[in-house]
Design a protein around this ligand. Structure first.
Ligand code: SAM
Length: 309
């Protein structure tokens, strides 16, 4: 016959395992039943158009962005723009740690509900563009990956902020306006090819991972989007003076209708003849335009007389 002690142990084990099942059920049920629109309605949050607040809640799209970012269990993720926390939550289920920056404190009551129960996630209510590299390192620590559904008005400064910083960023996976994505991955000589295409190439490799219809956001914006991933390699150009190279590239695209010689003489104060001879000595025709040169071509041009200028 079972002793009273043995019966107590069995009862305790049964109690513990059913508690675990109840916990698992609640957790599962929360994941399934989080409806951002409901949370926003009940917390009386008002969207701020000026902050580019177009949120996503479609589970398949959220999973696709997480998958495109290539993050895994060991990764620390920096998210820019927590919004309603749907992407944050999807990221937190995959990554080791998520630090998410949000400028709008009015989202606090929404996030209290939508991020409930996550113990690897921290929301920092700060404007990322006003934080120094040291501020970010103090919060994040070592290497990290950036994932963001970026507000359109800060797309370029935000991407450049991370690309040109001394921060240990491994990848940027960002939802941006489709036209901006097309510029970031444009081919030499195409209409979309711009100084920013080359600024990205200087620091890594960019590719579009998916197109996203405007219908996937609420409220619905006026533009369609693309997800772009940039795999960063800040050592790609070695010890070259990157500031100087960026200046040369920006000057070359300053006036698209002008020849490279005209743009360079205007930016550097050379005579047009001197600018033309530098261009020819680098191996290009005298009437070439900035958009006809690849990154390798700009490296050649830089070496013939623009270093340190
Ligand atoms: N990640 C959410 C999503 O995918 O549904 C929200 C994306 S919404 C396009 C962009 C969010 O970025 C907004 O919540 C906005 O308030 C926030 N934001 C705008 N500028 C910011 C900045 N400089 N620093 C941090 N967050 C910012």
């Amino acid at each position: 016959m079972a002793s009273a002690r043995h019966l107590c142990i069995v009862a305790f084990r049964l109690y513990k395992s059913s508690l675990r099942e109840v916990e698992q059920y609640i957790h599962w049920h929360m994941e399934e039943s989080i409806d951002l629109k409901d949370i926003i309605r009940s917390s009386q949050f008002r969207f701020n158009k000026a902050l580019g607040q177009n949120f996503i809640s479609d589970k398949n799209l959220l999973a696709a962005i997480v998958s495109d970012s290539g993050i895994c269990e060991d990764d620390v993720v920096v998210e820019i723009g927590t919004g309603g926390g749907t992407l944050t939550r999807a990221l937190a289920q995959k990554a080791r740690r998520v630090i998410s920056f949000e400028i709008d404190k009015n989202l606090m009551p929404v996030l209290d509900v939508s991020l409930k129960g996550l113990d690897n996630t921290e929301v920092v209510f700060k404007d990322v563009l006003r934080m120094s590299d040291d501020d970010i390192v103090a919060l994040v620590g070592g290497p990290f990956k950036v994932v963001a559904n970026l507000p359109y008005y800060v797309t370029t400064p935000m991407i450049m902020r991370f690309l040109e910083s001394s921060l240990d960023v491994e990848t940027l996976t960002v939802m941006v306006q489709k036209e901006v994505a097309d510029r970031l991955v444009a081919r030499v000589g195409s209409a979309d090819y711009a100084a920013i295409t080359l600024a990205v190439q200087m620091m890594g490799k960019a590719y579009i991972t998916r197109q996203v219809s405007r219908k996937m956001f609420f409220p619905m914006p006026n533009v369609d989007s693309s997800v772009i991933r940039i795999d960063i390699d800040k050592t790609k150009l070695g010890t070259i003076d990157k500031q100087g190279l960026r200046k040369l590239i920006r000057a070359s695209f300053a006036m698209r209708r002008k020849t490279l010689a005209n743009n360079l003489s205007a930016a550097y104060g050379f005579s047009k003849d001197d600018a033309t001879s530098l261009i020819v000595s680098a191996g290009f025709g005298p009437l070439v335009r900035g958009e006809a040169l690849s990154l390798d071509d700009y490296l050649k041009l830089f070496a013939v007389g623009f270093e340190g200028k």
